[in-house]
Design a protein around this ligand. Structure first.
Ligand SMILES: Nc1nc2c(ncn2[C@@H]2O[C@H](COP(=O)(O)OP(=O)(O)OP(=O)(O)O)[C@@H](O)[C@H]2O)c(=O)[nH]1
Ligand SMILES: [Mg+2]
Length: 277
């Protein structure tokens, strides 16, 4: 299966982002801490036009702390950039954002430093609207555990006089690197109706059986003889009662079980990409 998902609202969202960019003093690009490389939308660098960029590695509670710290060090070295980490249990504050933005905006114009505008962008379902709510310290934007919840821009004034603008999650027209596309799908960035759930879970099972066999063995009490997705899904289906015709795994139901456990963190924390050394 080739993964491709670029609905019309994303094209519209990118045009609307371009329209407001000249008014922005800085940008916040939200990345998924589990897949910082794949979750970096290549269109955004050109849309940002060199503006100061605060990258936030979000959902860090689902990733490996050491790898996330290495990614933060990698991104912080980039020109005109800062990189912050956010996750459940270790959240950033409004003061962190304002302080970092002021440091990056090396502008002698005091009015910018008192009342700047920052746009929050990134791929779908990465936590942009949750961050807007966090920094606004109230629920101003809808959030949800599926991609494409936000359909239009939303501007909020913070107590300090700064403005934050939330935007719809955006992918790009062609997902050239299909391994990356599968990583985007397993982390929940691609709408489930645009992919074959069983294919995505098969990719995830292969990856986990190869790199984290002990975690699967512990969580599902698997015999060590299971090293391939097919017997893995049969064993999981038996355990969770998702048996189909002929006593074999109902692959769709069992796929959903594995994906949900991975996405919710029940299987543990995973960093699926490491920074270039
Ligand atoms: N585990 C974890 N979940 C998070 C975190 N931040 C957000 N979420 C969850 O991720 C899901 C998506 O959050 P949203 O804020 O709606 O994401 P978004 O980037 O605005 O998504 P779109 O508007 O669809 O582009 C929600 O279920 C959030 O509760 C986090 O730091 N850790
Ligand atoms: Mg949103």
């Amino acid at each position: 299966m080739t993964i491709s998902w670029y609905p019309g609202h994303m094209h519209k969202a990118s045009k609307e982002l371009v329209k407001i960019m000249h008014k922005m003093d800085a940008v916040i690009e939200v990345l998924d801490a589990r897949i910082p490389e794949s979750s970096c939308n290549p269109l955004l660098a050109s849309i940002h036009e060199g503006r100061p960029c605060i990258r936030i590695l979000n959902k860090s509670d689902l990733a490996d702390d050491k790898v996330t710290a290495a990614w933060a060090a990698h991104f912080s070295k980039m020109e005109n950039s800062a990189c912050l980490i956010n996750g459940k249990g270790a959240q950033l504050s409004r003061a962190d954002i304002v302080k970092t933005a002021k440091r990056l905006i090396k502008n002698t114009d005091d009015t910018v430093l008192i009342q700047g505008q920052i746009v929050i962008d990134g791929i779908p379902n990465v936590g942009k609207s949750s961050l807007l709510n966090l920094f606004a310290e109230r629920k101003v934007a809808n959030t949800g555990n599926e991609p494409a919840i936000t359909k239009g821009q939303q501007r909020v004034k913070l107590q300090e006089g700064w403005y934050l603008i939330d935007t719809p999650g955006m992918l790009w027209p062609k997902l050239e690197d299909q391994e990356s596309a599968y990583r985007l799908a397993i982390t929940g960035t691609i709408r489930s109706t645009a992919v074959e759930v069983a294919d995505i879970a098969w990719f995830l099972a292969e990856l986990l059986l190869r790199d984290y066999p002990e975690r699967l063995a512990t969580r599902y009490a698997l015999p060590s003889s299971i090293t391939e997705p097919e017997p893995f899904f049969d064993a999981l289906a038996k355990q969770r009662g998702s048996i189909g015709r002929g006593g074999r795994a109902d692959l769709n139901k069992t796929a959903v079980i594995l994906l949900n456990e991975f996405r919710s963190g029940k299987l543990g924390t995973f960093s699926l990409e490491t920074p270039p050394s």
